[in-house]
Write a protein that binds this ligand. Structure first.
Ligand SMILES: Nc1nc2c(ncn2[C@@H]2O[C@H](COP(=O)(O)OP(=O)(O)OP(=O)(O)O)[C@@H](O)[C@H]2O)c(=O)[nH]1
Ligand SMILES: [Zn+2]
Length: 344
């Protein structure tokens, strides 16, 4: 028996060289002692993280390469994680994400980028008046939420100015949870709906989205009383305050949970949304779609869903739910910035 007989073919092909023979794991220490933290802010290469009860500023380790790190990411930290004034820890790994929310590609950036990781819920903030509600914008947010695996919550603000019923009628068939609020921005007058919003936020990571002027900041300040103060906090390492940043930031809800505010995010990336998986969010319709032709867009004559709802298989609200589903599917395409003249 020759001394090479014990080697199988594949191992014989490997030519051990001095550089290649070392296993990768030995070149890259696993950082077994890394501590797990939550990324709550990102500002030009510096990451603000929460580790237990302290806020720790960190930079990314070179070994992470180009891997993205966004608000909501759970990361492994090594180095100085004391959270002291001039301390700087290192992020050595990013834990697998349970969800990702992408913002749209735009003129300056042709790539859809992840803006928030691991969120559970999308809070879609819409004013009932001043500015007028934009159902098309709400539809696009719903599509983004379903696609990202986030549960949507509709918060209808400024109920002191207009009734919520017309809008609730549109979204009733979709079974979207909703809360109607009326807030005095000074924080002194009567506030309605805050307790209900807080109930929905408890122990979850909630992304707040909404157009300028809808009262999103007023709402965030009502549910996260420390938010106002957080605006003034300047990071000792970066020398910058959060008010100079337009990226997402996570704020802790007293009693548990996180609010992720997304200033400057106008629309969500929907280019990758697949109608085939989208319908899974409509269990009553999904079963009917099993009869559809392969690759059905669910918005074409051959779609089996018309017959399904006509036969009452999706219940009394089947027809309107199918209409809503199709409206959402159509909102994926076309003008991503929601022209105010297109009220769906
Ligand atoms: N009548 C009424 N006005 C409100 C209510 N909530 C907020 N506002 C007012 O609406 C305006 C916009 O509120 P903001 O909280 O700044 O709105 P925003 O969505 O954060 O807008 P940007 O700051 O532009 O992103 C302010 O003048 C608030 O005082 C409300 O419940 N009722
Ligand atoms: Zn179909």
């Amino acid at each position: 028996m020759s001394r090479y007989d014990h080697l199988d073919e594949s191992s014989v092909r490997v030519r051990p060289s001095r550089r290649g023979s070392r296993p990768r794991t030995k070149e890259r220490p696993a950082h077994e002692n890394a501590e797990e933290a939550l990324v709550i802010g990102v500002d030009r290469g510096r990451y603000t993280t929460r580790l237990d009860d302290r806020q720790v500023t960190a930079m990314r380790a070179r070994e992470l390469g180009r891997k993205s790190i966004v608000v909501g990411d759970r990361v492994g930290l090594v180095g100085d994680s004391s959270g002291g004034p001039d301390s700087l820890a290192r992020i050595v790994r990013v834990l697998p994400r349970t969800s990702v929310l992408r913002r749209s590609a735009d003129d300056t950036d042709r790539v859809e980028r992840v803006i928030v990781a691991n969120a559970d819920q999308m809070v879609i903030v819409t004013a009932l008046a001043n500015p007028e509600p934009r159902p098309r914008m709400i539809d696009r947010c719903l599509v983004a939420a379903y696609d990202a695996g986030l549960e949507p919550l509709l918060v209808l603000t400024k109920s002191d100015l207009a009734p919520a019923e017309p809008l609730l009628e549109i979204y009733g068939p979709l079974d979207v949870a909703s809360v109607t609020t009326s807030l005095d921005p000074s924080g002194e007058g009567p506030a309605e709906g805050v307790e209900q919003v807080l109930e929905h936020l408890r122990d979850r990571v909630s992304v707040f989205v909404g157009h300028s002027g809808v009262g999103k900041s007023t709402l965030v300040n009502a549910v996260v009383p420390a938010a106002r103060r957080a605006v003034g906090v300047v990071n000792d390492v970066t020398g910058r305050g959060r008010h100079t940043s337009t990226s997402a930031v996570a704020l802790e809800v007293p009693g548990g949970g996180w609010v992720v505010d997304t200033p400057g995010v106008r629309s969500f990336g929907l280019g990758h949304v697949d109608p085939g998986t989208f319908i899974e969010h409509f269990p009553d319709l999904a079963r009917g779609a099993e009869q559809c032709p392969r690759g059905c867009s669910h918005d074409e004559p051959e779609c089996a869903l018309d017959a399904w709802v006509a036969a009452g298989r999706a219940g009394a609200s089947g027809v309107v739910r199918l209409e809503s589903l199709r409206r959402l599917l159509r909102s994926r395409t076309g003008d991503s910035t929601d022209s105010s003249t297109t009220h769906a």
